[in-house]
Design a protein around this ligand. Sequence first.
Ligand code: KG4
Ligand code: ZN
Length: 346
Amino acid sequence: MTAPALVLGIESSCDELAAAVVRDGSEILASRVREQVDVHAPYGGVVPELASRDHVRGVSAVAEAALAQAGVTPESLSAVAATAGPGLVGSLLVGLSFGKALAFRLGVPFVGVHHLEGHLISAELADARLVPPYVGLVVSGGHTALYRVDSRAARAVLLGQTRDDAVGEAFDKVAKLLGLPYPGGPALSRVAGSGDPAAVAFPRPLAGEPGYDFSYSGLKTAVLREVERRRPLGEQDVADLAASFEAAAIDVLVARARRALRDEGIGRLAVVGGVAANRRLRERMAEAAKADGFLAVFPPREFCTDNAVMVAAAGARMLASGVRHALDLEAFSRRPLGSAVPEPSR
Ligand code: KG4
Ligand code: ZN
């Protein structure tokens, strides 16, 4: 089956609300993202109820803006896709309900998309050489996991994941410890640029252990101890601690990805999710790819963080393979890929 002509995608799983229009499964006609930095900045982290309330205020305007940018009317849409999970349920329900209501009104098919399938599809869209089998490293505020993708991203097999904090969460928490502005990950990465990554030899959690799991809470605690030891922190302390933390956090990601590729005998890697926007992760993984001879694909930065292009494109693929979801599809807060959104239900 061919991809449906025009799919509107909606993403609202956390603090970003996004809408996009994709033609024929891969051509991006519009992509809009409404961020909530100002809403959550006073609290130093995402407040779920405030996120969903802001989504309620913004959802129709963001969808309209995407349609206007694409130059298409709602009536010309072939289908609607929305993220069904994982994520904050209150946030998810806004985009999901809006998407279902629009599909109902237009009488077109609806599909609910797994957020992580969307992230992986961002990499597939970025480089046509990224075809299964490949290894997917998902690194975001909510996830740190390695998957093996044999056929479709939706059927990916989990190889390992974090036992505690996600790597993006660790970036955000360490940024807060260092007194950096919200959102922490990008701010930490910026100041790390003027620090010495070898200033403090932070632990590389689980480095000596077999397998593909991750752990970031111990690293975060090690940074806290060093912060307390050095207080009051000068500008150079902050830069050095940021650079040393970043080096440790990234080392583990690169080492685990290399191991998975080697053990699985696979030569292609996708690195996706918000932390894939990190410059030093991109550099270090590119060095490893050159040394070991694998293909490392990172989506363009704007499609690393949450967006709706990935939802529309993933939805288009599901629709092309005959998947439709009934309008009673529920949101889910947690579910690994592979046991993805129920399919098919027509
Ligand atoms: O994929 P995403 O937008 O949302 C989730 O699904 O979680 O990822 C957001 C996460 C945040 O933790 C943010 O701090 C992190 O990605 N992030 C970064 C960078 N840009 C975003 N972490 C490190 N370096 C960056 N440049
Ligand atoms: Zn995400």
